[in-house]
Ligand binder design. Structure first.
Ligand SMILES: *Cc1c(COP(=O)(O)O)cnc(C)c1O
Length: 412
């Protein structure tokens, strides 16, 4: 959805140089078409299997993005009361919301039950007791899945790997049968599912396939033990290509590789993709402020920083950085850095980039997931606006913060 026409970079049919001039920089820009295509790739790949595609809200929780997906029929995977509030504001059907997370508070459980959400993915026995007690008080009987930890290595960055027994997530798969047995006495809960989520930015399918086989086996044995297991939640985690040469698993091929065993299970399958739906659908637009040299090292100083996009600093993540207008000049090797007063503030290091000049715009690619949501006001920098492109039109879906926004809620 981001491509050059002549020498100008477009998002769908909108020239990004024009958009940058009108909206200012830094700014996040998302392609509605790309988001919807990625969502539909999941939805359509399931074909004849009962399923729920529950978009993982934490990847990009902007109301307009949630609204777009809600209208397309998506469900939502939430991890906090705030995310529940957002999806309800966006018009989501609470019956398609699944609540995940290792530290749900009593207030959040209460809010979720009052909203009539679909199911809980529970991560400890204490949480099961809490949800059961609160469901009793409301006179409801929600379904739950224990999030099991299948002890497989997702081969991804340690901070976003979640499926090994050393991680805080889930309940060891070997202990899960005992947890379900003890949950039989929790009469306000219905043990009707099994769930897992082994990590994020997963580029090889084998760990996911291994996890799926383990949870399918668990679901079958729980079924034999008399539990009314009807739901299988496989989590999210499919990776995207951050390097231009990189190959990420294709959504349709990924689901196709699971299709037969999922269909044979006769379970209703939930997936919780976040990054693979919104990641490639967004960029961060930034303007070059200065070029400078310190000894042999060259720097391109831009107006976006680690407070806007923390992934390079936090995970050493690579994001391609491309010019919004191509010029026939030889490229340079430089660090692309922001204005924040910290050496950890960089978008790229020792990178071959276009020979840009102050005033030129750059696009930091694949910034639609874990971009804006992880942004902060560090250095008292107002947060960037978000723009949604639909065909030849665009709209600001979140305005740029002002200095007044920075001190809102504070007292002298
Ligand atoms: C983060 C998360 C997801 C989404 O992961 P992606 O890598 O963005 O697809 C899904 N489920 C749970 C429980 C999560 O914590």
């Amino acid at each position: 959805m981001f491509s050059y026409s002549d020498s100008d970079l477009y998002c769908e049919n909108v020239a990004l140089a024009d958009l940058a001039t009108r909206v200012g920089t830094p700014a996040f820009v998302y392609s509605a078409q790309s988001i919807l295509e990625n969502y539909r790739a999941y939805d359509e790949a399931f074909q004849d299997i009962p399923h729920n595609v529950c978009y993982a809200v934490k990847a990009n929780s902007s109301l307009a993005v949630l609204g777009l997906l809600a209208r397309a029929g998506a469900g939502f995977d939430i991890v906090s009361g705030g995310e529940l509030y957002r999806v309800l504001e966006a018009g989501a059907d609470p019956a398609k919301v699944v609540f995940s997370g290792v530290g749900k508070t009593p207030d959040e459980v209460e809010y979720a039950l009052a909203s009539g959400i679909h199911r809980f993915n529970c991560e400890s026995e204490a949480e099961l007791l809490l949800v059961d007690a609160m469901a009793a008080r409301r006179g409801v009987r929600p379904g739950f899945a224990v999030r099991v930890n299948p002890d497989v290595d997702a081969n991804t960055h340690p901070y976003i790997s979640t499926g090994l027994s050393e991680h805080k997530f889930g309940i060891a798969i070997s202990e899960a049968p005992g947890v379900y047995e003890r949950a039989r006495k929790l009469v306000n809960l219905c043990a009707d599912g099994v769930s897992c989520h082994i990590g994020s930015q997963i580029l090889e399918l084998s760990p996911i396939l291994e996890a799926v086989d383990k949870v399918l086996a668990l679901a079958a044995s729980l079924g034999n033990a008399g539990f009314p297991i009807r739901h299988l939640d496989l989590g999210g985690g499919l990776g995207v290509a951050y390097h231009s040469g990189q190959k990420a698993p294709e959504i349709r091929a990924f689901i196709a590789s699971l299709h037969d065993r999922l269909r044979a299970s006769r379970l209703c399958v939930t997936v919780e993709p976040g990054r693979s739906i919104v990641g490639p659908a967004g960029i961060l637009l930034t303007r070059v402020l200065y070029r400078k040299k310190n000894g042999p090292k060259e720097f391109v100083v831009v107006d976006a920083a680690m407070n806007d996009l923390i992934r390079p600093s936090l995970y050493r993540a690579h994001h391609e950085i491309i010019p919004v207008r191509q010029r026939p000049l030889p490229s340079i090797t430089a660090d692309v850095v922001g204005p924040v007063c910290e050496s950890g503030d960089f978008l790229a290091r020792d990178r071959t980039v276009a020979n840009v000049m102050p005033g030129d715009y750059l696009a930091v690619c694949t910034a639609g997931a874990y971009g804006f949501v992880l942004s902060s006001n560090y250095n008292s920098r107002p947060r960037a606006p978000e723009v949604l492109v639909e065909g030849g039109a665009y709209r600001v879906i979140r305005r740029r913060e002002t200095f007044e926004d920075l001190v809102r809620g504070e007292t002298l």
